[in-house]
Design a protein around this ligand. Structure first.
Ligand SMILES: [Zn+2]
Length: 506
């Protein structure tokens, strides 16, 4: 890009650099910045450098100094190496960009020799003078800038995830990710175990000692693998909270892009399946030992008397002579009604056996039918939401017109305009809320289509379906939870099994 309209000879600039861990990288950044300044006969009058992420306090000092210096008009432009260098902490980044925009100070990116542009929206947002509205817009714009970064699978830095080795352009030729054979085998094992309902810690214990790049496996390391879509060929940024230890942000905040550079080890559907397992477990819908329990029917039994759930309880005691008294029961916590656990298991196994005659193919189509119904229900609710979205949008337009009119009448100081602005803010919030709901529902549909309806994954769920029924084990339990919606226990102790799928006319 020709910058001669922006950088005229004699202009004074400041070089803003962010240290990464390598000194060398800093030198590259600096060199590139000075070269560009020289090219347009400008001078760099000051350097403001921020230390790496390790030192947060110093981190803040640099950017604060930059903003202060900008207000004092100490320079005419800011030169950075690459916007990835200032994008590490979004809030600071926003402030830098907003400040430079207000003060009309261009930010030049030396790596690409271009103006780091933030477009019209921010400008308008700032002029609007409505704080929240402003912030929303800036946020959207920052998101876009980072999205550009992740586009085409550009690696934003750091070591490649376990299982891969990263070669950058600088180090030689083409940018790429190579598989590290020994590591990737372990990655596959991690996913396999997870799909079979093993927990993070359990998986960590089952892997060879110190095989995580020479270090011990921990549950966090396992979690990092399971929750990273990298293994399905996607680069994802903004996944983690900066301040909370190894905590993940809401999926809606992630930016995920398919990267042609990554040789994937599983399909995105398989990964979504694992992600969903993780999410349900994490949201405590499924307690950690859910699949492990020797009570095959935990979470399925419902008391007809009071609608409460029945929980498994081992009421056996052993006498000094080794004689066993009492039994394992399922107990309703609210009304204390209980049934014999072994009897209940036998009954349900019998029901299960009666369905085993159903052809797997028919079963699969029954599952898919069910998912299909669920999808069409969600689609209907999206339609409803879209109608209310339209309504709110119309209100917003009217509100804008009113604000415009009020301004034209020069009513800036009138309370009228304040009310209008507050109203606008409220409507805007509602619009955003509806948009988020729609997004969530669309994501749910995507998940149902790609994961729940996916034939191979259904087959995976049903792999034990025709196996001879033995006793209570994890596989059996996972299968039961998949097949049964609930099992109602009436006052006489009779069980009524409700299947999730319609198998009766099969
Ligand atoms: Zn009850």
């Amino acid at each position: 890009m020709d910058l001669s309209k922006i950088l005229t000879p004699g202009m004074k600039g400041v070089f803003y650099g962010r240290h990464s861990t390598h000194k060398q990288t800093m030198e590259t950044q600096r060199r590139s910045a000075y070269d560009l300044a020289e090219k347009y006969q400008c001078t760099i009058v000051e350097e403001i450098l921020d230390e790496g992420v390790s030192s947060r306090k110093k981190d803040r000092e640099g950017y604060k100094r930059l903003i202060a210096a900008a207000y004092e008009k100490k320079f005419d432009f800011v030169i950075i190496y690459s916007h990835s260098r200032i994008a590490r902490i979004p809030e600071e980044h926003d402030l830098i960009r907003a400040t430079m925009h207000i003060l009309d100070i261009p930010i030049i990116e030396s790596e690409t020799e271009s103006l780091y542009d933030f477009g019209d929206t921010i400008f308008r947002a700032i002029k609007d003078g409505i704080a929240k509205y402003e912030l929303d817009k800036i946020r959207i714009n920052t998101k876009n800038a980072i999205e550009t970064l992740a586009k085409n699978g550009r690696w934003t830095g750091g070591r490649a995830p376990f299982g891969y080795q990263y070669t950058s352009k600088k180090e030689g030729g083409t940018e790429k990710f190579d598989i590290v054979e020994a590591e990737i085998e372990l990655v596959k094992k991690v996913f396999e175990l997870y799909k079979n309902h093993h927990g993070f810690s359990s998986i960590a214990r089952q892997l060879p000692e110190n095989s995580y790049r020479g270090k011990a496996w921990t549950k966090d390391r396992v979690k990092n693998i399971i929750t990273n879509p990298f293994y399905a060929g996607y680069i994802a940024i903004r996944r983690k909270h900066e301040k909370k230890h190894n905590a993940l942000k809401d999926r809606s905040e992630w930016i995920m892009k398919k990267s042609p550079l990554i040789p994937a080890v599983l399909t995105i559907e398989e990964w979504e399946y694992c992600w969903n397992l993780y999410k349900t477990k994490n949201e405590r819908k499924i307690p950690p030992k859910h699949f492990k329990t020797s009570f095959l029917l935990t979470g399925l039994l419902k008391c007809q008397n009071c609608n409460g759930g029945l929980i498994g309880k081992d009421q056996r005691t052993t006498s000094n002579q080794g004689k066993v008294y009492g039994k394992k029961v399922y107990l309703c916590k609210s009304c204390n009604y209980k049934i014999d656990a072994d009897d209940a298991h036998q009954t349900v196994l019998k029901v299960f056996r009666s369905y085993q005659g159903v052809d797997t193919e028919k079963l699969i189509s029954a599952v898919q039918e069910k998912v299909e119904t669920e999808i069409s229900n969600i689609k209907k609710s999206i339609e409803d939401l879209k109608v209310s979205w339209q309504t709110e949008k119309r209100k917003l337009q009217l509100c804008d017109i009113e604000i415009e009119k009020a301004f034209k009448r020069k009513e800036e100081k009138e309370p009228h305009i304040k009310i209008l602005i507050i109203t606008k803010d409220r409507i805007l919030n509602k619009v955003h809320q509806i948009e988020r709901w729609i997004e969530e529902k669309e994501a749910k549909i995507k998940f149902l289509e790609e994961v729940q309806k996916n034939e191979n994954l259904i087959r995976d769920h049903l792999k034990q379906f025709q196996a001879p029924v033995s006793s209570c084990n994890e596989d059996m339990r996972a299968l039961f939870l998949y097949l049964f919606e609930e099992i109602m226990v009436n006052k006489k102790g009779h069980l009524q099994c409700k299947l999730r799928f319609n198998l009766d006319d099969k």
